[in-house]
Ligand binder design. Structure first.
Ligand SMILES: [Zn+2]
Length: 322
């Protein structure tokens, strides 16, 4: 499932190429025909991500809300901004992206996304560039929504949620979500997260996945954040120290920014330039514990444990996170 960094990157494509433009909205599949009609022909005025949800505002004060869920994806075509991550993926859909990059580039500002060009790009959990033959491309398969400007096309497939909301309904949806460090970089957001965690009897591994506690963390970031903090995943929130919980928020902020910048859930630090490039190219090399059940811990060599909790897979080192 796309985690928060993916949704921020998608919102950024909309901000760069749709906001300020008149948009033709349709539902090639038909299932969202009535919704699309309500925004068809209007100018997009804002695009924002909150955790795993995205909100697109139009000049008639209606909003399109999208939650990709597990299977959802946006396919962009035409003038879009594909950064260096995608530039080296050999232009083939369905292939994991490769990256040859400058170490430390991920520390740059979120604005450095590269120059726009005419191409195709699928944005979901992974990002894959393709080739563009005609513009706009014919809609293929079950396209729930197509948003089209004179230069850029975005097709949405397989979302968990896709609906038109009034401004007050957007506020209600956002109020249900915990803080997102990119949307709310201030101390108030950190304080809100810390206060919530410190009063809950729930294990920290479940609190991090609870979108009302903190918005945007999924299974990969959850496992990695807990390992980086050397925290036992089963520790109740209220038994943690305030210092520990503040450090968790700061580390999430750091990892999320790297994810938005690079498009990869890079959760390891201190790598040599060679190891960094290897880790960016291969998921198996860029995590401490995620998806490494039975493999030796990169720190202590103990086999990584896989446990099912809350219906999701949890990975951790039983020694470093005892
Ligand atoms: Zn270990």
């Amino acid at each position: 499932m796309p985690e928060g960094h993916s949704v921020h990157r998608i919102a950024r494509q909309f901000a760069l190429h749709f906001v300020g433009h008149q948009v033709a909205a349709s539902s090639p599949q038909g299932r969202f025909a009535a919704g699309a009609q309500r925004i068809d022909g209007h100018v997009m005025t804002a695009a924002k991500a909150v955790g795993k949800q995205m909100f697109l505002e139009f000049d008639n004060h209606l909003w399109l809300r999208v939650h990709l869920g597990i299977y959802g994806a946006w396919d962009f075509a035409g003038d879009i901004t594909a950064d260096a991550t995608m530039a080296s993926s050999n232009g083939r859909m369905g292939q994991t992206n490769q990256r040859g990059t400058v170490v430390g580039a991920h520390e740059d500002s979120l604005a450095s996304i590269g120059a726009p060009r005419r191409t195709r790009l699928r944005m979901a959990e992974q990002e894959v560039e393709g080739t563009l033959d005609t513009f706009p491309p014919p809609p293929i398969g079950a396209v729930r929504v197509r948003l089209l400007t004179d230069a850029t096309c975005a097709d949405l497939r397989g979302p968990t949620a896709c609906d038109i909301l009034l401004p007050e309904e957007v506020q209600i949806a956002i109020d249900k979500l915990g803080p997102d460090p990119i949307l709310d970089p201030g101390k108030a957001a950190e304080d809100r997260f810390v206060a919530t965690v410190l009063r809950k009897p729930t294990p920290i591994c479940l609190l991090l996945m609870d979108q009302s506690v903190v918005a945007g963390i999924g299974n990969v970031y959850r496992a990695e954040l807990l390992f980086r903090a050397r925290l036992n995943p089963h520790t109740p929130g209220r038994e943690l120290s305030e210092t520990t919980v503040r450090a968790l928020w700061k580390d999430w902020t750091k990892l999320l920014r790297i994810g938005v910048e690079t498009g990869q859930m890079m959760t390891m630090d201190g790598l040599s330039p060679e190891a960094y490039d290897g880790a960016m190219a291969s998921r198996a090399d860029r995590h401490w514990v995620y998806h490494r059940a039975g493999e030796p811990c990169r720190v202590c060599g103990t086999p990584i444990v896989l446990e099912e909790i809350g219906g999701r897979k949890l990975y951790y080192c039983p020694k470093d996170q005892a």
